[in-house]
Structure formats: C-alpha cells, structure tokens
Design a protein around this ligand. Structure first.
Ligand SMILES: [Fe+2]
Length: 313
C-alpha cells in the first residue's frame, strides 16, 4: 500500500509559455516564482510552486503526489513494479527541476503520468498573490481522465491509501486520502490527460468576484458558478491557454469519520447531479497527456507499455 500524504504540483508543457504564465499570474492570480532552464514556476500556497510550465509541446507532463520519506518512496517503487508498472527513478537534475529531493514516476494504466515525490520545497516567505482578490488559499485537488472510472478507482484504492468518497455514475470517481472530500479525482475520458487543476478560495464572494473578473477579461467559463452536491463546494471552471482548465472552489466537504461515510452514487442525467443550481453539466475540457520517453526507453516503448496495461485492466 502506497501512502500519499499530499498533492504536490502539476507540470504542464506550453508552446507559448509567456501567455500561459501570464494567464496563471494575472488572471488566475498566482505568484510567479521565476524560471530556470525553461521551467516556469507558479506559487499559490506554502509550496514553492504547485504549477510549472515547461517550454515545449503543449500538454500535461505529470502530476506530483507527495510521499512521506525515502523509505516510503523505495517501497512505492517496489510495490508498483510488483504489479507490473514500470517505474522511472528520477535523476538529480529532474528532481531539482521539480523542486523535490527525490522522486519516481510512473504511468497509471490509462497513461496518466504521476510523479511520487519526497521533500517538496516549501516557500516560507509571505505569499503575495498577483491578484489578491482571487482569494486563493491553496492548491485543492487535481483530476485526470480514464476510460473506465471504476477500474481506475480500483487501481487507486487497491494500491494507495485512497478511498472513494462519491461516484457520478460512469462519469467520475471522487477520491480522498485525508478528510477533504476529494483531493484526487478521475473523470471519464477516452484519452489520458489533466481534466482540471483546482484552487480553493477563502469565501463564497471570491467565486463571484472571480466570475465577474474572468468575464471582463473574456475568459471562457466552462462551468459555474454552481454547487456540486457531492462535495458541497461552490465551483467555477474556466479555460486558460494551452487548453488547461482551472477551477476555483469554496467550502469543500470534510469527511472525518471514514467508517461512517458510505460512498453515494449520483446519476448525471438527473437535475442537480453535477450542479445543484441547475447549471451546465458539460464536463470541462481536458489537457491531453504528453507521452514522454524516460531514460533508456523510447516513446514507442512507453506507448506499448501503456497499451499493455490498458489491455490488462
Ligand atoms: Fe474539481
């Protein structure tokens, strides 16, 4: 069993990195932490960064999940290999680029790339968001796509300290590894990719302030403002450059008694199942996963591995 302790970051490729960074900084409201070797870092909370744009091909590169220590990382690699998943050991240079002390990476059976990291660098300085009125308090959750959400949930719950909080029938598995209703979610999608990256905001007013701000700046609103019946959170999804979907949300449900919580199923065709206020239930758009070649493996080998894994599940 692999024990996650936190989410770390999203790492995304950007063809037009200046526009992507400008949007995250000036529209989303994050703090720009500078660039190093073609990687641009953006901060939203205690983490040195939770979003990195890498100059190059457009698409998500990986999502970082945090483990406790060396031993946990070593055991995670062993566990993943024991179930037939190829593990890449991060080099010192790759770890430095991710602002972590060490990491491994793997593709989930649907082709989403994850980094399991330890020692994520924190920034102790006072956080001055570029746009304080955004109300951002932290990187809240991330969501990836998989063809079969039930098999995906099985992968996460059997191999990680993850529980399903609620289901949207055939559409979404909302999962937790701490009291927050969902920190990791899998949405139904035919191709791997990042469905969205979520930021928590400090008050309901921030959702509506942001909504007006985004409209004034001609940003495409994908969904909301609305309220999810599963987490109870008030949400707003919007699309940034490079097809990257951001979400602000407020007041997510906390589940303190794991044993008492029974996952519920919501029928997405019923009124209010996605948005209790009856807004659009159209799924936000996904930024596709870039298949990368690790070390000695070439891209074709990675693809073959992904296909083999998909056949297995
Ligand atoms: Fe979300």
């Amino acid at each position: 069993m692999i024990e996650l302790v936190d989410i770390g970051y999203v790492r995304s490729g950007a063809k037009d990195v200046d526009t992507a960074v400008g949007f995250a900084r000036d529209i989303v409201g994050m703090k720009y932490q500078g660039a190093d070797d073609g990687v641009h870092y953006l901060r939203a909370d205690k983490r040195q960064h939770c979003l990195a744009f890498v100059e190059g091909e457009s698409g998500v590169l990986s999502s970082g999940l945090v483990l406790r220590d060396d031993k946990a990382l070593h055991n995670a690699a062993k566990h993943l290999e024991s179930i037939g998943i190829r593990v890449h050991r991060g080099t010192d240079e790759e770890a430095r680029s991710r602002r972590v002390t060490d990491f491994i990476s793997f593709d989930d059976p649907w082709g989403n790339k994850f980094d399991l990291v330890i020692g994520q660098m924190h920034d102790p300085s006072f956080l001055e968001l570029t746009r304080a009125s955004s109300g951002i308090t932290e990187f809240g959750h991330l969501c990836v796509d998989a063809k079969d959400i039930y098999k995906a949930a099985e992968f996460w719950t059997e191999n990680f300290n993850i529980k399903v909080s609620d289901w949207v029938q055939n559409n979404a598995a909302l999962m937790r590894f701490n009291p927050v209703h969902h920190t990791l979610a899998v949405f139904q999608g035919d191709e791997p990719g990042l469905c969205h990256m979520n930021f928590q905001v400090d008050e309901i007013d921030a959702i509506f302030r942001n909504w007006n701000f985004l409209k004034e700046h001609d940003v495409e609103i994908e969904q909301g403002p609305g309220r999810h019946p599963q987490s109870g959170a008030v949400f707003l999804y919007f699309k940034g450059p490079e097809g990257f979907t951001y979400e602000y949300s407020w007041n997510v449900r906390l589940i303190h008694d794991d044993d008492a919580w029974i996952p519920r199923t919501f029928d997405p065709t019923m009124f209010g199942a996605i948005d209790m206020w009856g807004g659009s239930s159209q799924k936000p758009s996904t930024q596709r996963q870039i298949l990368t070649a690790d070390n000695d493996a070439d891209a074709a080998a990675v693809q073959a591995l992904t296909e083999a894994a998909q056949t297995r599940v």
